[in-house]
Design a protein around this ligand. Structure first.
Ligand code: NAG
Ligand code: NAG
Ligand code: NAG
Ligand code: NAG
Ligand code: NAG
Ligand code: NAG
Ligand code: NAG
Length: 309
């Protein structure tokens, strides 16, 4: 099937709802960290399109000899270069530490326009509230992005990841919240996982919106016994076996066990019809097209999608 990639001249009109980055209010206990990110309404609209079903091609590779920490308030713009670690090689069996990552995000930081290459053991750790915008993982190792810390609020807009044998997004935070919008995932085990056996456990909350996901085992794993909430909407998915698995998590580092799969009225809060979850057929239905895109961005896409249907 021919795939439609409309990076430079998108034919589809911008979705007004995703064009505006609105302020997200706190959600009460265990989800009330929003205020620490300042007024989200003050953030300018994204200058890159999403979702995009083709991986960008880097022209330059930067190799770090140690993890790059992005400071509070810093906006790290990678200019679509590829970032890797000098000694980095993937060991999928090992859960990496903060010293194994390419980037660590300190509270209130932003990482943008970055490609994470295959030479790394861990991609990005968010150690507090952060924005992850138009970041692409070419070959995920253990996981692409891990959320850590107390009540961490993570926002992922655009970007993509492929070949994640295990997971793409891992939430190890205590009571955190993740919002993933406009992401593209190709060949993965689990799209989002709420930690099933972290030493500190509390309710986590994830919203997955307007993503395109191809060829995976499941979109989510959550722990209903800690009150996790999982929402998915306006997404296009194909060849993914399950939407969500529910496990009884623990804080004693034993293996969690599965108690159910699919939607319910308390934890896995989605309905395929009401929430517009459709089969991806090669065409991006809801692409956000920036009014003022970065002028240099288009050079990094060659017009070849690796998505196979
Ligand atoms: C998630 O983030 C997107 C982009 O910032 C925003 O438009 C949307 O309202 C957020 N969703 C939720 C449930 O907060
Ligand atoms: C979880 O996040 C959603 C979307 O932002 C929000 O509507 C809901 O109230 C949150 N739930 C809790 C318990 O914080
Ligand atoms: C990494 O490189 C920088 C600059 O070249 C150097 O100052 C630093 O000591 C190096 N760090 C390690 C862990 O080798
Ligand atoms: C995908 O990951 C596997 C296991 O790490 C690796 O052997 C393979 O080369 C990767 N494929 C691509 C296309 O990156
Ligand atoms: C689908 O994913 C499996 C691994 O889960 C991989 O071996 C296979 O190559 C993928 N198929 C395509 C078409 O990418
Ligand atoms: C899902 O939503 C549709 C449309 O709103 C509704 O007709 C249907 O009953 C819902 N299904 C379930 C299982 O709630
Ligand atoms: C990718 O696109 C370029 C330029 O459009 C073309 O020359 C090349 O053959 C394409 N590669 C693949 C694998 O389709």
């Amino acid at each position: 099937m021919k795939l439609t990639t409309s990076v430079l001249l998108p034919l589809l009109p911008a979705l007004s709802s995703s064009a505006a980055v609105r302020r997200q209010n706190g959600d009460g206990p265990q989800g009330s960290g929003d205020a620490t990110q300042g007024d989200l309404g003050a953030r300018p609209p994204p200058r890159f399109p999403f979702p995009v079903i083709e991986f960008p091609v880097a022209k330059e590779t930067i190799v770090f000899n140690e993890t790059r920490y992005i400071q509070p308030g810093e906006v790290f713009d990678g200019g679509m270069k590829r970032y890797e670690r000098q000694e980095g090689s993937c060991n999928e069996q090992a859960e990496g530490t903060d010293a194994d990552t390419v980037f660590n995000l300190l509270p209130g930081s932003t990482i943008r326009n970055v490609i994470i290459g295959k030479h790394q053991a861990e991609g990005i750790h968010a150690l507090g509230d952060a924005w992850v915008e138009n970041v692409w993982w070419e070959d995920v190792c253990e996981d692409a992005l891990t959320s850590k810390g107390l009540n961490t609020q993570l926002r992922v807009i655009g970007g993509g990841a492929r070949n994640a044998t295990d997971k793409i997004f891992q939430d190890n935070s205590l009571g955190g919240k993740v919002n993933i919008t406009g992401f593209y995932a190709e060949t993965f085990g689990t799209f989002y996982q709420s930690c099933g056996n972290c030493l500190n456990q509390a309710k986590r909350n994830v919203t997955i919106e307007n993503v395109i996901a191809i060829n995976g085992t499941r979109m989510g794993i959550i722990n209903p016994n800690y009150g996790d909430e999982y929402r998915i909407k306006d997404s296009q998915i194909v060849d993914v076996t399950r939407y969500v698995d529910k496990e009884i998590g623990n804080n004693v580092q034993t293996v969690p066990y599965t108690v159910g799969t699919g939607p319910d009225e308390k934890y896995a809060l989605y309905n395929l019809t009401r929430d517009h979850i459709t089969e991806f057929k090669g065409e991006v239905l809801n692409q956000y097209t920036p009014a003022d895109p970065y002028p240099w961005l288009g050079e990094f896409w060659k017009g070849n999608s690796t998505a196979k249907l």
